[in-house]
Each structure stands twice: as C-alpha cells, then as structure tokens.
Design a protein around this ligand. Structure first.
Ligand code: ZN
Length: 310
C-alpha cells in the first residue's frame, strides 16, 4: 500500500514538473516575440531623425543620376530583411480602372512630381489635373506626411481620390546608395509605405529613389518597382514657368516620364498651362502604373523604369 502511495506521489510530482517546464518556456517565447516587435519599431523611429530632415533641404539640387558607385559587396547576408519586404510586395501594382478610360493605342505621358506634398502647390496641380480629366504621380517624402502635417495629408488624399498615384520618395530624401546600413535603407522605405497604407489604404507602392540612386544592393533590399524618368524638366533649377511650359512642349513624347517637383509655385505656374496643351495634342495624362500596365503589362522585379515606349 505504502509503495503504491509513493508511486502515485512520484508520478504526480513528475507531471507537475513537466507542466512548470512547459509554462516557463512558453513565457520566454512570448517575451522574445514582444522584444522583437518593440526593437523593430524603435529602429524605424530612430532612423527617421530630425538630422535626416535637415540634410534633405539643401541637397536636392546636386546630383541627379548619381549612379552605382561603391556598394555591391553586402548583398547576400541579410536575407531575413529581404523577406520582411517581400511579404509587403506584390507585382504588378493593382490599378483601379474605374472611371478611367485609357486607350492603349493613343499617346500617353506620365507627369511625376517629387519631394511633396506641399499643400499650396500640390492642390493647384491637382485642381488642374481634375479640370483636364488627367492623372499624375506624386512621389512623396515621409517627413511631409507626418501626423501633424494635416494640410499635406489632405492634399495627398485629394490627389489619390482624383485618381493620381502616390509613390514613395523615402522618408527623409536620402541617397539610398550611400546609406551603408541595410536596416536604415529598409526603414527609409518602409516608413513611407506604412504611412501611405494608413492614409490611403494602398498596399503596393512604387518608389523613386532620391537622385535616382539605386544600385544592386538597394534593389535587393527594396523590392518595389523603381521608377526613374526620361525627361528632366530642371524645374528646381530655373523656377521659370514659361521656360517649363516651353520645355514640356519641346520634349513631350509618347511614353515619356517627366520629372518635376510640386514644392515650387513656379512649377505649378508652368505645368498648369502645359497640362492643357498636352491634352490638346492628344496625350493621355496617366499615372506611371497605368502606363506600365498598358505598355508593359505591369512591372518586373529588378528593372528600373525611365519610360514606357509604345
Ligand atoms: Zn527628390
């Protein structure tokens, strides 16, 4: 009898032990997961410092097509990060075809505006687009659509609701090729992607890297379609509306992607008459992804797009 009681007691203690062990390892696992989430968030906000904000303001005017200089070295190591981005990315970008009649056989042009939104200018351009039944693409900076930027956020939503496309121009206008920390590259991109999803609900986003700078490493980290341009208006340099109008008239062609900046009132002054002129010439003013869809059947990974010829 005694022996039996001892036997039961031993079995009971054993079961209890197993329970405690399972419980302990589960709590540890949970803690680990929490920690991971917190540190990712922390890194993102840390990466978006004011330092970056200051850097941008003066640098836009410098290099344009600043090509792949140094970094092809570190491409392979950080596969987990790549996976994070891959989860967010699908090809091709989905297009809302409602109310959009695009004739693939007629000439089309993609007007693109970088570095905004800047509500007073962006709104004027969007007004002109609406009046001409036209669309454009705005490559926005994350710092311009922070929580407190209510006017810019309104302008962005308005553009989106008018059928324009909103693209990513990084959070702080950094040259991604020069950012050696892969994590920082991803943070610069993901911060805007996430913010745009909050504001517009869009999941997929095209990106125009600042200065057009994207080398193999950047492209392996950033899986979104990379959009460059074929017509550089140099609006930031001349700030001369008649000159911008004239430049567009002389350089417009079927399949062109025209680069401008919706942060200068002179750009609005020049492009508003240009929008009417382009329509009169028979150009369909479409978003970049519309042109990609109708001209190339969408985007392919690992390609930089500067135009979509018929
Ligand atoms: Zn820019």
């Amino acid at each position: 009898m005694k022996a039996r009681i001892i036997k039961y007691a031993v079995v009971f203690v054993f079961i209890l032990l197993v329970f405690v062990l399972i419980k302990v390892s589960l709590t540890r696992l949970e803690d680990e997961i929490d920690e991971n989430q917190v540190s990712t968030k922390g890194e993102i906000s840390a990466g978006l410092d004011k330092e970056i904000k200051k850097e941008i303001e003066s640098t836009e005017e410098t290099t344009t097509k600043n090509k792949d200089e140094e970094t092809t070295k570190e491409t392979t190591k950080e596969t987990t990060k790549k996976q994070e981005i891959e989860e967010e990315t699908t090809f091709p970008i989905e297009i809302d075809n409602e109310n959009k009649e695009i004739d693939p056989n007629k000439p089309m042009i993609a007007l693109t505006f970088d570095d905004g939104p800047n509500a007073p200018v962006t709104n004027r351009i969007v007004d002109a687009l609406i009046a001409n039944d036209a669309h454009a693409t705005f490559f926005v900076l994350g710092l311009n659509i922070d929580e407190d930027e209510t006017e810019n956020i309104k302008a962005l939503k308005r553009a989106y609701d008018a059928g324009c496309e909103i693209g990513n121009h990084t959070y702080g206008h950094v040259n991604l090729v020069n950012v050696t920390d892969d994590k920082q590259v991803i943070n610069q991109v993901m911060a805007v992607k996430n913010r745009l999803q909050q504001i517009t609900g869009q999941k997929d986003t095209i990106i125009r890297p600042p200065y057009g700078a994207a080398d193999e490493r950047v492209m392996s980290l950033v899986k979104d379609p990379i959009i460059l341009w074929s017509v550089d208006s140099l609006d930031w340099k001349y700030k001369n509306p008649p000159q911008l109008l004239q430049y567009v008239k002389e350089n417009a062609y079927d399949g062109a992607i025209i680069l401008m900046h919706d942060i200068y009132s002179t750009t609005a002054d020049g492009i508003i008459p240009a929008i009417s002129w382009l329509k009169e010439q028979g150009y369909q003013l479409v978003t970049v992804s519309e042109m990609a869809e109708y001209r190339a059947g969408g985007y392919k990974e690992g390609v930089k797009y500067g135009e979509f010829l018929p």
